[in-house]
Unconditional design. Structure first.
Length: 367
């Protein structure tokens, strides 16, 4: 998108009564935002849902001053823009009817041919939540997904940190303009995040982190991802809003279960109970439910380590496979005396350690 086109898209955003859905309708009908402003009232009126008040608002010249100011900020601060009709816009978000027509980004973000997952949860994360979150991201690291979250306290920042520790691209979807960082104590993470990933927002530089903005940005977190994972949540909270949005967008939702008495597991337990979320106990659940190919060229090759440490269960399975050769998952579970739901997780961990490999037809063999 060139500078002139960007200017008119920014101006269109500031027209009263023009939200993302109406803007998309106008931009789809006309060739550009500039053409929208230059069109006659009769032509605008012929579009379904475009009334006389909106047509009058489109003639308001004050929007151009606002657009000029924002364009100046974008240029001075080297902000990247992602237009919903462009290639660099998140692919899955293009299919959300209320997705933003324009996103602003900073850092080094690359969506091309990448798996994207969102990780959300309470700001009051417990030690259990931290353990679940860190282990999940570490186990997913060989598949090189993009980790998306909201850069808030609790689960969000733990997810971003874990992604950085595992050299994964991570994106913070923020509820304000890119002229500030919220919360300010997280400023220390900005430089590292922007090295591999960065920040996304739909909000202009004059937008503050207001309460309604957080709810609004949740649709980006849910819409741009293949799946949304809820680590921990009380019975009410922003992460449950995100999970419900993901369900509405027909995305997969996963939640870690917790004890019935744990305050910050109630939301997750309810999502699972009402069948809005798949029960998650490990990365294996996500990989098998989403049908991710562990042998894909897009994923990092799993190399066998020189000195692999296997736990007792893994050693039992490894010894069995060395002795029997190729074997079916169900037979491995039967012979090694493990329930099937548990064997999937163990086999994935062993595969990531490079000591076994999967074969077509749910077969596995030791390397």
């Amino acid at each position: 998108m060139n500078e002139e086109e960007l200017f008119y898209v920014l101006a269109l955003q500031k027209v009263e009564l023009v939200g993302d859905i109406v803007a998309k309708k106008l931009l789809t009908h006309f060739n550009s935002a500039k053409e929208v402003f230059q069109s006659k009232a009769s032509k605008l009126g012929s579009i379904d849902g475009i009334g006389s008040i909106l047509i009058r608002n489109l003639k308001d010249k004050s929007v151009f001053e606002k657009a000029e100011k924002e364009l100046q900020f974008i240029k001075e601060n080297h902000i990247d823009t992602l237009f919903f009709q462009d290639e660099n816009y998140p692919d899955k978000l293009k299919h959300c009817i209320d997705g933003p027509i324009l996103l602003f980004s900073s850092g080094n973000i690359n969506f091309k041919n990448r798996k994207i997952i969102s990780i959300v949860g309470t700001r009051q994360i417990t030690s259990y939540g931290m353990e679940c979150c860190k282990k999940l991201i570490a186990d997913l690291a060989p598949l090189n997904p993009i980790i998306v979250s909201g850069f808030a306290y609790g689960v969000d920042i733990v997810a971003h940190q874990a992604a950085m520790e595992n050299n994964l691209q991570t994106i913070g979807v923020v509820a304000h303009g890119l002229n500030q960082i919220y919360p300010k104590v997280h400023t220390k993470y900005v430089a590292k995040m922007e090295e591999n990933g960065g920040f996304l927002t739909e909000f202009w530089s004059n937008s503050n982190p207001d309460k309604e903005n957080f709810v609004k940005r949740n649709r980006i977190v849910a819409g741009m991802s293949e799946a949304t994972i809820v680590i921990e949540s009380a019975d009410k909270g922003g992460s449950l809003i995100t999970a419900n949005m993901a369900v509405d967008y027909n995305r997969d939702v996963f939640a870690f279960p917790g004890r019935a008495t744990d305050k910050y597991s109630q939301g997750c337990n309810n999502l699972i109970k009402t069948q809005k979320a798949n029960l998650m106990t490990s990365a294996a659940d996500l990989i098998y439910m989403l049908n991710w190919d562990l042998d894909s060229e897009k994923s990092k090759p799993v190399q066998k380590q020189l000195f692999v440490e296997l736990d007792q269960d893994e050693q039992k399975i490894y010894d069995y496979l060395i002795k029997s050769g190729k074997e079916l998952l169900d037979i491995i579970a039967l012979e090694c005396e493990f329930p099937v739901y548990k064997i999937s997780s163990i086999l994935l961990n062993m595969e990531l350690k490079g000591v076994i490999r999967p074969l077509p037809g749910k077969l596995f063999e030791a390397i």
